[in-house]
Design a protein around this ligand. Structure first.
Ligand SMILES: [Zn+2]
Length: 219
């Protein structure tokens, strides 16, 4: 997929070096730069850092957060197309709802049936968990053999931290991964190392992947 990018953008690392930039419609990302941080900064750059995209209020810098329109819990990736600047209050209230569900909830709340809306939605979300896995546009996802994905860090097969346990438990319970992994145009891994590690350990050949065609990791 193609992610939303501004015409011009430069991201500086904490050391003051350039960590990422946009050139001819391609986001060039230095391999040591935090991918998530760059996505956040790109979002602020394009969508502003002053106003909450849900309630419309002017927000102080420390009250500003980044919302995943399709929530991370249901596969929502950290890419500009899925991110919105919003205030802490709205972000907390929205929780695991999609932007659309949240807007419908706000209408229901106004009409005094907010609780009913959430109750109905819970049943639907349970269905999603069991059968669909993700609640993101189908066109974003493809499947890729794990041997095709390029990884720079090697945590080793013995890595079994808290996040690994989470991935494992979810997979054992629902039979699929909670979120797709993200790679650049050359299949370089950007997000989802633990998922990949688990797939490798369990001998799962193919994983759900989002390929960012206009992103390129550079050294
Ligand atoms: Zn708000």
């Amino acid at each position: 997929m193609i992610i939303e990018l501004p015409k011009e953008f430069t991201f500086f690392n904490e050391t003051g070096e350039i960590g990422a930039y946009v050139e001819n419609g391609i986001l060039k990302l230095k391999s040591a730069t935090s991918y998530r941080k760059v996505m956040t900064e790109l979002t602020y750059h394009m969508k502003g850092r002053k106003r909450c995209c849900y309630c419309g209020n002017i927000v102080d810098v420390e009250e500003m957060t980044i919302d995943h329109m399709y929530p991370q819990d249901f596969g929502g990736p950290t890419i500009t197309n899925n991110l919105l600047p919003c205030c802490k209050k709205c972000n907390n209230e929205k929780g695991n709802l999609t932007s659309k569900q949240y807007k419908m909830y706000l209408i229901a709340k106004k009409q005094g049936r907010g609780k009913e809306y959430i109750e109905d939605l819970k049943k639907y979300l349970l269905y999603i968990r069991k059968w669909e896995a993700f609640e993101i546009p189908k066109g974003w996802i493809s499947k890729k053999e794990i041997t095709k994905i390029i990884v720079q860090i090697d945590l080793g097969d013995s890595y079994k931290g808290k996040n690994y346990k989470k991935v494992k438990e979810f997979y054992e319970k629902y039979g699929h991964f909670q979120k797709p992994i993200i790679v650049d145009s050359n299949n370089f891994l950007l997000d989802g190392f633990i998922t990949l590690m688990y797939a490798k350990n369990k001998n799962i050949q193919k994983v759900p992947v989002i390929v960012l065609k206009n992103v390129e990791v550079i050294t």
